[in-house]
Design a protein around this ligand. Structure first.
Ligand code: G3H
Ligand code: 13P
Ligand code: ZN
Length: 310
């Protein structure tokens, strides 16, 4: 089937209390690994690309690879989403190229500026049949080009969230409840503010909620990377149980990038370490792609519960 928007996916996820995985892509192997997993699990899926990923892959290649994915998985609803759109122009470029969903990340602005830029994107996107994710609140860590120190981490204010959604008409809202991007999310215990999530769902029950910075930073993959020469000490993410709890409590979209990076890297490092003579890319990219698939499959089936929801 052709690319779909996230509208129906999210409506059903809210009704049946599960989440859709949104996986960051920037090359063919990652796209194939994700789609192979979604097909085997019969799950809807969101492929998302950041502006730097689009620069890397080049938009024409990206569109063609995603088109191929849709042809290979005719029964799987697939949405193509711009992750952390930095400005109106980038959102417009993606909408014009055929993305079905865009995020305008105005979280770096003050409330009024965030409302204004989000509304501008919503007007253009809706006129072209595209849905819009916006963000309110700040995640600790690195967000694309924006660097927010953990001291500045600012949880989403539920009352502001209601006003923001009403004034912008955005289709989904990314919130800050304690997650952060990258491999170092928590200094001590992992902690998410489920009380804030509950309050937001109470005030805007029909708005799909998005969780960024939601990789588990899978310990086995970190260990494997380190075993084969990486230096990623003390990495920590959001445990599976917390993500599952978020999925059944109103989070409709869960963003995963870091875990896929770790999956790919762990297998590539293993091949290079065990076979220093290897130089055929297929030799290391085949197990890397398989590890992406297994990682996505685990999340779909055991954490987000979107299996058999295609
Ligand atoms: O949230 C950010 C994503 O992990 C994308 O990162 O800009 O390095 O592609 P990137
Ligand atoms: P992670 O770094 O936790 O994978 O988060 C990815 C993300 O939020 C993409 O927008
Ligand atoms: Zn993000």
């Amino acid at each position: 089937m052709p690319l779909v928007t996230t509208k129906e996916m999210f409506e059903r996820s809210m009704k049946e209390h599960y989440a859709i995985g949104a996986f960051n892509v920037n090359n063919m192997e990652i796209i194939q690994g994700i789609i192979d997993a979604a097909k085997e699990e019969n799950s809807p899926v969101i492929l998302q690309a950041s502006s730097s990923a689009i620069k890397y892959a080049r938009i024409n290649y990206l569109m063609k690879m995603v088109e191929a994915a849709c042809e290979e998985a005719p029964n799987i609803p697939i949405a193509l989403h711009l992750d952390h759109g930095p400005d109106f122009e980038t959102c417009k470029m993606c909408i014009d190229a055929g993305f079905t969903s865009v995020m305008i990340d105005g979280s770096k602005y003050d409330f009024e500026e965030n409302v204004a830029i989000t509304k501008k994107v919503v007007d253009y996107a809706h006129a072209h049949g595209v849905v819009v994710e916006a963000e309110l609140g700040k995640l600790a860590g690195i967000e694309d080009d924006v660097n927010v120190s953990s001291d500045d981490a600012m949880y989403t204010d539920p009352v502001q969230a209601k006003e923001f959604v009403e004034r912008t008409g955005c289709d989904s809202l990314a919130i800050a409840i304690g997650t952060s991007h990258g491999a170092y999310k928590f200094k001590g215990e992992a902690k998410l503010r489920f009380d804030i999530l509950a309050k937001i769902k109470e005030l805007i029950p029909n708005t799909p909620i998005v969780l960024h910075g939601a990789s588990t930073v899978i310990p086995e993959l970190v260990e494997m990377c380190n075993k084969y020469g990486a230096d990623i000490p003390g990495a920590k993410g959001v445990p599976d149980e917390m993500l599952h709890k978020a999925s059944v409590n109103g989070v409709s979209k869960i963003n995963v990038d870091t875990d896929l990076r770790l999956a790919l890297t762990a297998q590539i490092r293993k091949v290079f370490s065990e076979d220093p003579g290897a130089f055929d890319p297929r030799k290391y990219l085949t197990p890397a792609r398989e590890q992406v698939k297994n990682t996505v499959q685990h999340k779909i089936r055991n954490v987000f519960s979107s299996n058999n929801k295609a």
